[in-house]
Design a protein around this ligand. Structure first.
Ligand SMILES: [Zn+2]
Length: 320
């Protein structure tokens, strides 16, 4: 089998999920809808593209895309006419109902036909007609419900793959219509082996090949974060507001699910929780507190107040 360079294979982990995809592809046409999920950097996109490649390919080899037919080449060049890639749009980064079905009014920001319309006709050239719903947790309710109806009665030539980093954001009813592929995090040993050794700080923060790549692109912010956090144990309670401010100043350097301030703050708190899990094992409630703070911010809480309260707790507990 010749390989297709659609997406680099992650450097570690993924063994079980990769096997599940092999099985799906070997069953050929009995599985029509698949949901792939996993934390960022675990290889979900790699698996999605493996599925799509195989579903489109005219001459698959034991279920794997051949990599050389005209369809495989058009997919590789991003010009496969029988593939529809649906992703969040607009300032809210949402998948609107107009992405799924014709809402009756024009939505200028949607630059593709609605999914229902796309799947109404058989494939033009490929073996099947494929829809990829990327970041499916961003589907608005009405879009989810239209999609659900579609999944219940897909035409035989149609294949749908949904991908997400947040499985909790997908309706149970949609989940139950899909075969689920879970991408696990690599173990630290797998990561260590594949990356040719991890630094002490990488061991603290990196949970996945994606995390590691992200860290290595700009290690300074992690060094600074670790410095601020380790200093907390020698601070007086009165220094909480200053620590809160210093930490929040780092937030823009931590990329979240989108470009909002809220999402940067949540990503920072996730990194803080990871540091606490790795270095303060006997104080697990602190990592939980960081997780709770992230939840409050996700629920639109005031980041300043939430960070202030969290830092006060951190200083108090770490100096004990
Ligand atoms: Zn092919």
């Amino acid at each position: 089998m010749s390989s297709i360079a659609f997406e680099p294979k992650p450097i570690a982990g993924l063994k079980r999920a990769d096997k599940t995809v092999d099985q799906i592809l070997k069953t050929d046409f009995s599985v029509q809808s698949v949901l792939v999920y996993g934390p960022p950097g675990t290889g979900a996109t790699y698996l999605v593209k493996r599925l799509i490649g195989s579903w489109l390919c005219k001459t698959p080899n034991e279920g794997q895309a051949c990599g050389s037919c005209s369809i495989c080449r058009s997919f590789e060049n991003g010009r496969a006419v029988d593939l529809l890639h649906v992703k969040p749009i607009g300032a809210g980064r949402l998948i609107r109902v107009s992405c799924i079905k014709d809402p009756g009014t024009q939505d200028k920001e949607v630059d593709h036909p609605p999914v229902l319309e796309f799947l109404r006709s058989a494939p033009l050239m490929a073996r099947s007609k494929v829809v990829w719903i990327d970041k499916a947790d961003r589907l608005v309710d009405t879009a989810s419900h239209s999609l659900l109806k579609l999944l219940e009665e897909l035409p035989p030539y149609a294949r749908v793959v949904l991908s997400t980093n947040h499985i909790g954001g997908i309706l149970d009813t949609i989940r139950s219509r899909c075969l689920i592929v879970a991408c696990d995090l690599a173990t630290q040993d797998e990561l260590d082996q594949a990356a040719g050794g991890l630094s002490e700080l990488e061991r603290v923060f990196a949970k996945s090949p994606g995390d590691l790549a992200e860290m290595r692109s700009d290690p300074a912010r992690f060094i600074e974060l670790a410095r601020l956090l380790s200093r907390a144990q020698s601070l007086k309670p009165g220094a909480a507001l200053r620590l809160s401010e210093d930490l929040r100043n780092l937030a823009p350097k931590f990329p979240g699910v989108d470009d909002s301030v809220r999402s940067h703050n949540v990503a920072l708190l996730e990194a803080i929780a990871q540091w606490l899990i790795s270095t303060q094992k006997e104080k697990s409630h602190l990592a939980i507190a960081a997780g709770d703070a992230a939840k409050l911010i996700n629920g639109n809480g005031n980041p300043g107040l939430i960070f202030d309260a969290f830092c006060a707790k951190l200083i108090l507990e770490m100096s004990r």
